[in-house]
Design a protein around this ligand. Structure first.
Ligand code: Z5A
Length: 214
């Protein structure tokens, strides 16, 4: 049995990650690849509880350190209960955000020490690195406008952030892509939905042709 593959989807708010994740799952299933779609923070019942804690705007403050630890706590639960078992069965996992989000949001966005983030990443998922990461990139104003047009209720702790924060996050993501161009594939998310899907399809075809690793 060939091992499963982890595909992650990243980008700033409103970049189209959820739409892309749904499309990637269907693309794989049409090719008879057994795959699951999930998200971070969250993905399992318990990890979704951590998601609520970290996203809700409550009366107590959550420091950047606490936020980072909560992201990795949710990730550890998600890995143990969903991601690793699925990969071990040979299934593919399509995950809306993973550790690159911590590097971009907590690292570049909030100024958390990058070396500490890497220590936590090594502890929580060791050798497990996504086979491919789709980075949906678009101007911050466009992402925020898309997210706002779709939002139903009150904004969460991240949605309430400033444009300057999301500019730092976007720059952080682009720097990660510059450092790891083979794994992190840049997708022009300002394009139409059809064009975004065409770009993603091209990357996935390469991935399949290469036997599952970008
Ligand atoms: N976070 C973190 O800080 N550290 C971490 O380690 C992790 C996460 C894992 C929740 O993430 C927050 O957690 C996140 C970072 C933090 N906060 N922020 N920002 P999330 O992924 O659940 O939340 P999100 O980023 O706010 O996702 P989103 O707003 O749901 O956006 P999206 O999934 O990227 O977009 P979408 O829902 O697919 O699309 C948005 C709208 O645009 C929708 O109406 C679509 O129909 C439309 N759309 C999508 N693509 C297109 C194109 N190409 N053209 C036109 N319209 C489009």
């Amino acid at each position: 049995m060939s091992p499963g593959r982890l595909i992650t989807i990243e980008g700033i708010e409103g970049a189209g990650k959820s739409s892309a994740a749904r499309w990637v799952l269907e693309w794989l299933q049409r090719r008879a690849v057994s795959a699951h779609r999930t998200r971070e923070p969250g993905g399992t019942e318990l990890a979704e509880q951590v998601r609520r804690i970290v996203l809700e705007r409550g009366s107590e403050s959550i420091s950047a350190t606490a936020e980072t630890l909560l992201m990795f706590a949710a990730r550890a639960i998600h890995l143990d209960n969903l991601i690793r078992p699925a990969l071990a069965r040979g299934d593919w996992v399509v995950c809306d955000r993973f550790t690159d989000a911590t590097r971009a949001y907590q690292g570049a966005g909030r100024g958390v020490d990058g070396a500490w983030i890497e220590q936590l990443a090594a502890r929580v998922h060791g050798e497990l690195v996504p086979a491919c990461t789709l980075l949906l990139d678009l101007p911050v104003a466009m992402g925020l406008a898309r997210a706002k047009s779709r939002r139903a209720g009150a904004s969460d702790r991240f949605e309430a952030e400033t444009s300057a924060f999301f500019e730092r996050v976007r720059t952080g993501y682009l720097e990660l892509a510059r450092r790891e161009p083979h794994r992190i594939r840049l997708i022009d998310a300002a394009a139409s939905l059809e064009d975004v899907q065409r770009q993603i399809g091209a990357v996935l075809s390469q991935l399949i042709a290469a036997g599952g690793a970008a």
